[in-house]
Ligand binder design. Structure first.
Ligand code: FMN
Length: 223
């Protein structure tokens, strides 16, 4: 698989087969993703891996948190601008509609939509999960570096037959995550990531989200 294939074939997967991820392989892919570029070579990414008994323990902790107090934590960073202006608002709306259509969940069926969304907080039952942090002292440049690391990893996963879903939803409960992981003071959670092998029979995994045409976001100046 070349880079173009990995870019084209990677999509967010939200239903996984019950098959473990080889930790030796994952460690190797995380090391390879560490070749991602970063301004000044700061390498500001900080990553935690959960699998096996640890991910089950985490799921139990998170379920208890949501059961006793579903109120999100005070946000460490705004996941989206508020208000979200056009065209971004429509992009967000469209991917949601495309996903719920594949799930056969109508816009009116708020209960089913909520139940589906809640699966986020089980990492969609994936066998493995990551959390990505950056230190509070870091700025937008380092957040961009972290994004490059995350995408590098997702492409490497794809190359090795593994699938993923980045999940900023975890930022809403960052304290629970940080307490569980016992992260050092000053870490900010960017997102989680579910990792595993896609269940090819799940229609939602076939979602090919729409993209802008290149001329909508790129200006060529040649003369
Ligand atoms: C940083 C980041 C956070 C995301 N957070 C979530 C999330 O919380 N839940 C979810 O289901 N998908 C999440 N996604 C997946 C996006 O919805 C998805 O990448 C986008 O719609 C494009 O679709 P594709 O990944 O299938 O190409 C996230 C993606 C990124 C990059």
């Amino acid at each position: 698989m070349d880079v173009s294939d990995a870019l084209r074939l990677r999509n967010s997967v939200r239903v996984f087969r019950d098959e473990p991820v080889d930790m030796t392989l994952l460690r190797d892919l995380l090391a390879q993703a560490g070749r991602a570029p970063s301004g000044g070579n700061l390498q500001p990414w900080r990553v935690y891996v959960l699998a096996g008994a640890a991910i089950e323990r985490f799921r139990t902790t998170m379920a208890a948190r949501l059961e006793t107090n579903p109120e999100p934590d005070a946000a460490d960073y705004p996941v989206y601008p508020d208000p979200l202006d056009e065209p971004y608002r429509s992009h967000r709306f469209m991917v949601g509609e495309d996903m719920y259509r594949l799930l056969n969940i109508t816009r009116e069926d708020k209960t089913a939509r909520r139940a589906w969304f809640a699966r986020n907080y089980r990492f969609f039952d994936a066998p493995c999960a990551l959390f990505f942090f950056v230190e509070r002292s870091m700025g937008p440049g380092q957040w961009a570096d972290l994004g490059m690391f995350e995408q590098s990893l997702m492409l490497l996963l794809k190359q090795h037959g593994l699938d993923s879903c980045a999940q900023a939803c975890w930022a809403r409960y960052h304290r629970t995550v940080e307490d569980f992981l016992e992260t050092p003071d000053g870490y900010i959670l960017h997102c989680g990531m579910a990792i595993g092998y896609a269940d090819e029979d799940a229609a939602v995994n076939s979602l090919v989200s729409q993209r802008m045409a290149v001329d909508e976001y790129c200006q060529f100046m040649e003369s």
